[in-house]
Design a protein around this ligand. Structure first.
Ligand code: 13P
Length: 229
């Protein structure tokens, strides 16, 4: 199973350092077989001594250059970071990343050999139209995306379940992951209000290969409780 923590705009350089140290101690004490990923904010990226994979939540599709406010491959190389989240709904919405921009980023980081966690998800009004509308919406988010890329993980994150405390139901996750499985053979993560109270149920659903966790990953005890469920 894959357990990924997306800190979003939470934690500082100092608290990320402490978090990863505490997580390391816990991992060593239990020797979990699960794969753990941590996505701290860009200012907290570093070369951590950890069994967890540390990735970036975002980067500009360039090695370097005149892209004020962005980081590129050179800045990630400094810390040997080779894993990136692409397509998160918060970037599509707040940073206005269109499918075209997302696809361009995907191709760039694919060519750089990055491991990509590619996020897709539908808004509530689409979910309310039923399964067919949901799949049409999700499959449109594969436009321009090479879903056969060997270093790819897909994260299904229904937008209405993100940060709301209301996870998708077992039936909704099961039917969506089953339908996605028909199009992609890559590991499929679920994200959206995954937490200690529902993790057991979520990871036991067919075609769920792990979770991408926001809020409940911010506290190291809470995240580790999920990892060792
Ligand atoms: P929450 O776990 O806070 O709902 O966030 C999910 C998410 O967006 C992870 O990328």
């Amino acid at each position: 199973m894959i357990f990924a923590a997306n800190f979003k705009t939470n934690h500082t350089r100092a608290t990320t350092q402490t978090y990863i140290q505490e997580l390391n101690q816990k991992i060593e004490a239990t020797s979990t077989p699960n794969d753990i990923y941590i996505f701290p904010p860009a200012t907290a990226l570093n070369k951590f001594d950890t069994k967890a994979t540390v990735g970036t939540q975002n980067a500009y599709p360039s090695k370097n250059g005149a892209y004020t406010g962005e980081i590129g491959v050179d800045q990630l190389d400094e810390f040997a970071i080779k894993t990136i989240l692409i397509g998160h709904s918060e970037r599509r919405e707040h940073l206005r990343e269109s499918q075209e921009i997302v696809a361009e980023k995907f191709s760039f980081f694919l060519n750089e050999g990055f491991e990509i966690i590619y996020c897709i998800g539908e808004p509530l009004e689409i979910r309310e139209q039923g399964d067919k509308a949901v799949m049409e919406y999700l499959l449109a988010q594969f436009e321009g995306i090479d879903t056969t890329y060997e270093n790819l993980i897909i994260a299904y994150e229904p937008i209405w379940a993100i940060g709301t405390g209301r996870s998708a139901t077992v039936e909704e996750i099961a039917s969506t992951h089953k339908a996605l499985r028909a199009s992609v053979t890559k590991p499929l993560l679920y994200g959206g209000s995954a937490k200690p109270a529902n993790i057991k149920e979520i990871i036991s659903i067919d075609n769920v290969d792990g979770v991408l966790v926001g809020s409940a990953s911010l506290n190291v005890e809470s995240f580790f409780e999920m990892v060792t469920t």
